[in-house]
Each structure stands twice: as structure tokens, then as C-alpha cells.
Ligand binder design. Structure first.
Ligand code: PAF
Length: 290
């Protein structure tokens, strides 16, 4: 497994791989790798013959009051996990190399970034799209893999790729959960024992919504209220949003006619967690993905 720190060297390496007619997958990460990341890597590996991952805690997607300094880091552990999965190249740049003095470009997707996490995390998606566009230009992948847990991020990146004619296939991978149902996340490490129990209210909410939907409830407000009271019945929880929206436009919906994204953001203690599922009505069948 190669480790490359310089963007220029990474570009040269990717160019050589392309000239040798290899197909390249990229899994962009901020490190502190967990089972969810490893699943993205397995998918990337399956669909291409060279797998690149990036490990970079991107400062521009954190606002000043967020947890950039506390964000967990474990480079040695990450490299070990990447090796085990069979990663070919790890791109591990410094902030200085990614944002040298004089840097002054931002990539901004409008519209869909103004909903959900875009409301409580202003500037976040601009940071994400800017760094992801850079990572695409540096690693030159044919395909890039992202988790569906960050549903809005996946939607925003797909929109950027479409709008800017980037020749990259974006693949979304279903959320990986711990045995108790909690969606895997690097931030789960911050939950103490009591908070972790409260954090299960997110998956319980998705299950409750599916159950209500199966029972023919189509009023988004009714489902939303039921979920809010379920979450708030657990200690240490504070709701950022519980939203039922159109999975494409991310605009709020009042009545579910066809399908709806149920997206949650909840602070449990000091840790902000997100989760989601899609409620879908296909003729008589009800499908839910989470
Ligand atoms: O999902 C993440 O870990 C980050 O937002 C990403 C896509 C690696 C960009 O920094």
C-alpha cells in the first residue's frame, strides 16, 4: 500500500494508473475509520481495479464553533485498516498543502444545500464540495463512493458532479449499523454509556416511521410529532431537525404521496448525530431503506 502526501505526486500516480488503463475508485474520508468506511472501500474495490482512499480532516467544512480540534484522529490505526481491506493508495495531505496561502476558490451548490444540515451548519456543504472537487482533481477517479448515512452530502456531491460535467460515477452505499442499530460514525466515540442508549432513539425513530407508514399514515406532520416525542423521551437529547422531505429536492413535504426522505439530526450530549431512511410506496409494496 502506497502512502502519498503531496497533491502533485498523487496526480502523477493517478495519471500513471490511468495510462496503464486501470480503473480507479476513490473513497474520501476524514479518517478514524470504522466499519461504514470499510464497507465503502469494499464496494470501491469491487468495482475498479485500483482503490485510493483519502484521509483528510477538512477544516473548511467545520464552522468556528464546531468540533474540528476534537475530531478524532488515528492515522496509524487507519493505515492498518486500509491495508487489511486492500487499499492501493492512501492520499494523506496536510491542510497546508490542500489550502496553501493565497487559496481563494469555493465550489458552491445552491438550493439543496439550503435545507436540513445546511440550515444549522452554514458553510458546511461549501467546504465539502470544495474539498471533494479538489480530491477528484488530485486523484482522478472513475468512480467515488459515499455513504447514504450522509444523504444530503451524497445528493449535493451528485449535483455538483452533474452540474460541472465531472466524468465520475458517484456511488451511494447503504448505512452500516452496529448490532444495536446505531449508524456507524467516527463521532460515536464521544458518546458515554448513557448517551449511547439515548442515541438509539434515532434508529428507533426510523423504525417507528416505517411502522406508521406501513399502517398507512401519510401525514408528514403526524409522523414528525411522534418521532420528536420518542426522541425527547430519551435523556440528553436535543433535536436539531426531524424532517420529511422530497428525496430529490430535499424540500419539506406535508403529505407523502410517493416517497419521502426522513432525515434526523439530534444532539446527544455534546455529540451531533444524523440518520435517515427513505419511505417509499411502490404500488402495494412499501419499501423502506435505512
Ligand atoms: O463524509 C466525510 O467524511 C467528509 O465530508 C468528506 C466527504 C470526506 C469530505 O471531507
Amino acid at each position: 500500500m502506497e502512502i502519498i502526501e503531496s497533491p502533485e505526486q498523487m496526480q502523477d500516480r493517478s495519471e500513471a494508473l490511468r495510462l496503464a488503463r486501470h480503473t480507479i475508485s476513490l473513497v474520501p474520508t476524514m479518517g478514524y475509520l470504522h466499519e461504514g468506511h470499510l464497507e465503502l472501500m469494499r464496494v470501491g474495490k469491487k468495482h475498479s481495479d485500483k482503490l485510493i482512499i483519502s484521509i483528510f480532516v477538512n477544516p473548511s467544512q467545520f464552522s468556528p464553533n464546531e468540533d474540528l480540534d476534537q475530531y478524532p484522529r488515528d492515522t496509524a490505526g487507519d493505515l492498518e485498516k486500509a491495508r487489511e481491506v486492500g487499499v492501493d493508495v492512501v492520499f494523506l495531505p496536510s491542510a497546508q498543502e490542500m489550502y496553501p496561502e493565497g487559496f481563494q476558490t469555493n465550489v458552491q451548490v445552491k438550493g439543496i444545500t439550503e435545507q436540513l444540515c445546511g440550515i444549522s451548519r452554514p458553510g458546511h456543504f461549501e467546504g465539502v464540495t470544495t474539498v471533494v472537487a479538489k480530491l477528484f482533481n488530485i486523484t482522478k477517479p472513475h468512480m467515488a463512493v459515499f455513504g447514504q448515512k450522509d444523504f444530503q452530502q451524497l445528493t449535493v456531491i451528485s449535483q455538483m458532479v452533474m452540474d460541472l460535467n465531472m466524468d465520475i460515477q458517484i456511488v451511494g452505499v447503504p448505512t452500516v449499523r452496529d448490532p444495536d442499530g446505531l449508524a456507524t460514525s467516527s463521532r460515536n466515540k464521544f458518546l458515554n454509556e448513557e448517551e449511547r442508549i439515548s442515541a438509539l432513539s434515532l434508529k428507533k425513530s426510523l423504525d417507528l416511521a416505517v411502522e406508521m407508514f406501513r399502517g398507512s399514515e401519510r401525514d408528514a406532520g403526524v409522523i414528525q410529532k411522534a418521532i420528536e416525542s420518542l426522541i425527547l423521551s430519551h435523556p440528553h437529547t436535543e433535536i436539531d431537525y426531524v424532517t420529511l422531505c422530497n428525496p430529490v429536492t430535499l424540500k419539506d413535504i406535508e403529505t407523502i404521496t410517493d416517497e419521502a426522505l426522513l432525515a434526523l439530526a439530534v444532539r446527544v450530549g455534546a455529540t451531533r448525530l444524523i440518520d435517515n431512511c427513505v419511505l417509499r410506496c411502490d404500488s402495494d409494496k412499501i419499501i423502506s431503506k435505512s
